[in-house]
Design a protein around this ligand. Structure first.
Ligand code: ADP
Ligand code: MG
Length: 699
């Protein structure tokens, strides 16, 4: 057998710490480390050295080009490749990569969405090297992770606010650690492990579905006779084609230094998952982008197509991304891990209630952070949390918080009142209760799992928001505690008060149930059902103030983001509507006419012959003609409404129109089409059905 040596291939295509240590002169290496770990700017001289060493390394690894790799607001990564080739003398070339090319790139920002920022600022943009995320070689190019800003410094991408939020978080978390006497930790970093769900289908069926090709999801399709009811796919044996794909994907990811760890089948047929080992939010976010790209390109090599849409198929589960979030110090301590000493536990509780307060006060921002046209089809369905944000802590922590709040004995077993005073806090047991898989924000022992994130989304957004809102609560806590005369007393009061004021966000029941919706409403929790409901809250005063205070985004930057997201939403729905019309007219209509013609011919023949029962044809024809009439009217309505779509109205009005009118029209049209599909002979169908697609990978 052809075994693979993982440690040998891991990170071979990455200009990582090991390579830098080996190849850079010591002073240059130290300077890069300072840039990476403490954000100290790298001097020109050192940058020169790094560029030259990086180029040699990249060429040795097969690179001929380099590219600044960035994450504009389009939702996918962007790259523009330049070769290292530089004319030299008379007809010769040398391979050149200057310090300037490493550190800063010019990019015409005008072709990327700026949400109005362009009108106010210069059209030019630039990309700036992010030394905290390693450069790597892929497909013959050296990729340099970069941030993307306008010339006047406005963030035009997803990475910039994430980096800013990590700094803000570090600053506030360190203040808290110092209060607990920790003066060793130099940096506190939010960490993330993003479990990625996806569908894998055969290329030949994909190519015959215009809706999948244009929109990434099916706009038509009756539910298959076998869906996910038997739950036989989840963790089931992996088919050999899928397994070959997963193996190659793992290898490619390992070479690029991505810590791919777990792979398994998911609940829906053709659905799978990959989970990496966690790392800092910025690197996790870059690596998740890479993972999604590689999933697509590796699938292609196997004649498969990887679908990352949140809801490619109605009637079976959609795909999400479980964003596991925690907090680490540079000394490797997880601050969301209950500790062994009362002191550690008091500190743990403070971080815990900071998250609780943050989630309660910024429910809207968390909802916004996962808002997209695709994710709207998934949230609130029976496979994903509703659009209502709440936290699940588990039985043990619930009991602990209850007893802290009420001053009563903890878990009946303990005799005494639970006081926070650092000297008397009992050990906090690891929760042994079952997971609540319906919770949007669940504590899982030493991290929070944010389960609302969509499978295709860039996790930079939810994470810069989580980092920022928790940083804000830590700031408030630090302000209060730093001035306290009696630290223990003040801490006790603060934790109690926070629990009392924010416990409404805690919920351990079934988040999918109707009762929860009612209960949540009673508690005054937000229920922002759609992207269009959620996005306008981006610019609420409290949110603008939050981002300004921590220097994450200015009001203009937030506004531009909101406009871009709204416009993106409308564009997606508009394209879906046009595609639905195309398919309805050019693929479904002819099939329906054909089949009805066939039935009619049969019926005529039978009638001519006489004496034969014609019930089957007659009943089918009656059903089909009634449905096709409704289908035709629904199509007319969609066409009319698409014509009324006013591309010049405000982004919010456009998005509202798309949600209320176009999506509703498409639903109606689809209802009739799917009902007809169930009646039409298989040989008459012009495109692959759900059955064909979901079971297209057979072995
Ligand atoms: P489960 O599969 O039961 O949800 P795992 O321990 O396998 O739990 O973790 C799932 C994901 O959570 C993995 O991607 C893992 O790397 C990530 N994770 C674990 N610990 C942390 C942490 N401290 N910070 C961020 N993510 C974490
Ligand atoms: Mg998990």
């Amino acid at each position: 057998m052809n075994g693979i040596n993982i440690p040998e291939i891991f990170g071979t295509m990455v200009f990582n710490d090991k390579v830098m240590k080996e190849r850079l002169p010591k002073e240059a290496y130290d300077a890069v480390r300072l840039a990476k770990d403490e954000g100290k700017p790298l001097s020109h001289d050192y940058a020169k050295v790094v560029a030259s060493v990086m180029k040699d390394w990249a060429i040795e690894n097969g690179a001929t080009h380099f590219t600044h790799w960035f994450q504009p607001m389009t939702g996918i990564t962007a790259e523009k490749h330049d070769s290292f080739v530089e004319p030299f003398g008379d007809g010769d070339v040398i391979m050149k990569f200057s310090e300037k090319s490493l550190v800063k790139g010019e990019s015409d920002a005008s072709s990327f969405p700026s949400g109005g920022l362009r009108a106010t600022f210069e059209a030019r943009g630039y990309t700036a090297w992010d030394p905290t995320s390693y450069a790597f070689v892929k497909d013959g190019s050296l990729y340099i992770p970069t941030a993307f800003c306008s010339y006047s410094g406005e963030a035009l991408d997803k990475k910039t606010p994430l980096l800013r939020s990590m700094d803000a978080f570090n600053k506030q978390a360190l203040r808290i650690l110092r209060l607990f006497g920790n003066d060793k930790a130099k940096r506190v970093t939010p960490t993330v492990g993003a479990e990625q769900e996806y569908f894998l289908i055969d290329k030949s069926v994909y190519e015959r579905r215009l809706d999948l090709v244009h929109c990434g999801r099916t706009l038509f399709g009756a539910r298959p006779s076998k869906g996910q009811e038997l739950e036989d796919h989840y963790y089931g044996a992996i088919k050999s084609r899928v397994s070959a794909f997963m193996k190659e994907l793992d290898e490619e990811l390992w070479k690029l230094g991505v810590y791919a760890k777990t792979k398994h089948n998911e609940v829906a047929p053709a659905q799978h998952e990959l989970a990496p080992v966690f790392t800092s939010t910025n690197i996790a976010s870059d690596q998740n982008q890479l993972t999604m790209e590689l999933m697509k390109s590796v699938a292609n090599k196997h004649d498969l197509v990887c679908l990352l849409h949140e809801k490619p198929f109605a009637s079976v589960n959609g795909s999400g991304k479980h964003n596991n979030w925690s907090i680490s110090t540079d000394l490797g301590e997880n601050l969301l891990e209950p500790g062994d000493t009362p002191n550690e536990n008091a500190q743990f509780l403070l971080f815990l209630v900071a998250v609780i307060k943050a989630v309660d006060e910024y429910q809207d921002l968390l909802r916004i952070s996962v808002a997209s046209a695709g994710n709207d089809h998934r949230l609130g369905a029976d496979e994903a949390p509703p659009a209502i944000i709440s936290i699940y802590l588990g039985e043990e922590l619930d009991a602990i918080l209850n007893s802290i709040e009420s001053g009563s004995a903890y878990l009946a077993k303990a005799k005494s009142e639970l006081k926070i005073g650092v000297s008397v806090l009992p050990p906090i047991p690891k929760d042994s209760t079952d997971r609540n898989r319906t919770s949007p924000f669940a504590f899982t022992g030493n991290k929070f799992e944010f389960r609302m994130v969509g499978s295709s989304s860039n996790i930079a957004c939810p994470n810069f928001i989580i980092n920022t809102i928790v940083a804000e609560e830590l700031r408030q806590f630090a302000d209060q505690l730093e001035n306290a005369k009696d630290f223990n007393g003040e801490l006790d009061k603060l934790i109690k008060k926070t629990i009392t004021e924010h416990k409404r966000i805690l919920f351990s029941g079934n988040n999918y149930s109707k009762e929860w919706e009612k209960e949540a409403q009673k508690r005054g929790l937000l229920n922002l059902k759609s992207t269009v409901d959620a996005l306008p809250h981006y610019t609420d005063k409290k949110n603008v103030e939050l981002f300004a205070k921590h220097k994450i985004l200015s009001e203009q930057e937030i506004n531009s983001r909101m406009e871009i997201l709204l416009e993106n939403y409308s564009n997606i729905v508009h394209i879906e509507a046009l595609t639905a019309i195309d398919i309805a007219r050019k693929e479904i209509t002819p099939v329906v006419i054909d089949y009805q013609g066939f039935l009619l011919d049969e019926l005529k023949l039978k009638k001519e012959y006489g004496k034969i029962a014609c019930g089957l044809e007659e009943k089918l024809l009656l059903k089909l003609s009634a449905l096709s009439e409704n289908f035709s009217n629904a199509l007319d309505k969609l066409v009319e409404d698409v014509e009324k779509y006013d591309g010049t109205s405000s982004n919010l009005d456009k998005a509202k129109y798309c949600e209320k009118i176009l999506l509703a029209d498409m639903e109606t049209l689809r209802g009739y089409a799917d009902a007809m599909e169930l009646l039409i002979g298989k040989d008459f169908m012009s495109f692959p059905t759900y059955e064909d697609i979901l079971y297209s990978v057979k072995y």
